[in-house]
Write a protein that binds this ligand. Structure first.
Ligand code: FPP
Ligand code: MG
Length: 327
């Protein structure tokens, strides 16, 4: 088969996989109460890039021999990781007092925090119910570890809000936990379910975790620099909620005297315009971008060889897109 035909066949398998995942997701959440269904349909509109299910499917296809299909367990895990992600977003918007998500209103804005907290609980409960249908306790165990880690990341972040002494190591520890482990597990489980060897499974986890870290750095840059219309969600939340992100941490670490003091004052005063100017001048915004790009390069360097033609190239392309995105 030519390279173009390989690519077309792979794209068709991915599109078919994602369509099955959407159906599984929607079917799992279809219940008997219109009030609950309406909320679930609202969250289904948050579906955007489907990064995590895409990673499960492409990582699965990468280790599936040419001509063989993905397993039903791939679809279940892909829908589960997306549902976990949705649950965390609904809760995250409560924590961040966010009003806009994926160009629509957040659940907390529309219905209040009580409904949003309960809906997030309903989604996380359904995620593990759905995963249990695969009949493989190892999947529930692994994803349970992931959600534990994710909550720890958020709790550590909460405990360090408004802490101007937050250092780079702690920032990366928070980001690894709150964002990267779920992307890492998506790649890992996709490969593991396709029968990849333990070395390749571990490499896929490392690849995904690095992409997750780079994704969050880009997310933090968009929160600092982007506008709501382009990004499609509430921005400026990090400054508002006292969350120090990488450009701020780099500036504080690399400047002294008045330059450093001015940034600390801007953070405390939640003065985004002054802070952006200071961070740009000290090279801290470019510094954070460079770190994200370097982490993507690290991810690409450890990506193992794949069985399915075209899949490795696609994973490399997805890696670049994580930091090139504007929304
Ligand atoms: C996005 O942060 C937030 C996360 C990646 C994780 C949020 C996790 C929780 C709130 C814990 C809830 C856990 C469960 C299991 C339901 P962000 O605010 O930087 O991203 P944003 O710009 O998309 O809002
Ligand atoms: Mg948020």
């Amino acid at each position: 088969m030519s390279r173009a035909l390989h690519t077309t066949a792979l794209a068709a398998d991915i599109a078919a996989g994602l369509a099955r995942v959407e159906t599984l997701f929607d079917t799992q959440l279809a219940g008997e109460f219109p009030a609950v269904n309406e909320l679930c349909r609202h969250v289904e509109r948050y579906r955007g890039k489907m990064l995590r299910p895409t990673m499960v499917i492409v990582s699965g296809l990468a280790f599936t021999p040419e001509g063989s299909a993905l397993r039903h367990e791939h679809d279940i895990v892909a829908a589960t990781v997306e549902m976990i992600h949705m649950a965390t977003l609904v809760h995250d918007d409560v924590l961040d007092d966010a009003t806009v998500r994926r160009r629509g209103e957040t659940v907390n804005f529309l219905r209040g925090n009580e409904t949003a907290v309960m809906l997030g609980d309903y989604l996380i409960s359904n995620a593990f119910h759905l995963c249990s249908r695969a009949g493989d306790p190892a999947l529930n165990l692994r994803l349970g570890e992931v959600t534990n880690t994710l909550c720890e990341g958020e709790l550590v972040q909460l405990s360090r809000r408004h802490d101007l002494a937050l250092d780079e190591n702690t920032y990366f520890e928070i980001v690894r936990r709150k964002t990267a482990v779920l992307v890492g597990a998506s790649c890992e489980l996709g490969a593991r379910l396709a029968g990849a060897g333990s070395g390749d499974v571990a490499a896929m986890r490392g690849f995904g975790e690095r992409l997750g870290v780079a994704f969050q750095i880009q997310d933090d840059l968009l929160d600092l620099l982007g506008d709501e219309a382009t990004v499609g969600k509430s921005i400026g939340r990090d400054l508002e909620k006292g969350k120090l992100t990488l450009p701020m941490i780099l500036h504080i670490a690399r400047t002294h005297g008045a330059e450093r003091r001015a940034a600390l004052d801007a953070i405390e005063a939640k003065d985004g315009a002054s802070l952006r100017a200071l961070l740009a001048r000290s090279g801290s915004i470019d510094g954070a971008r460079a770190r994200a790009l370097a982490i993507v390069e690290e991810a690409k360097a450890i990506l193992p060889e794949a069985r399915r033609a075209g899949s490795r190239e696609l994973l490399l392309e997805l890696a670049d897109r994580v930091v090139a995105r504007e929304s």
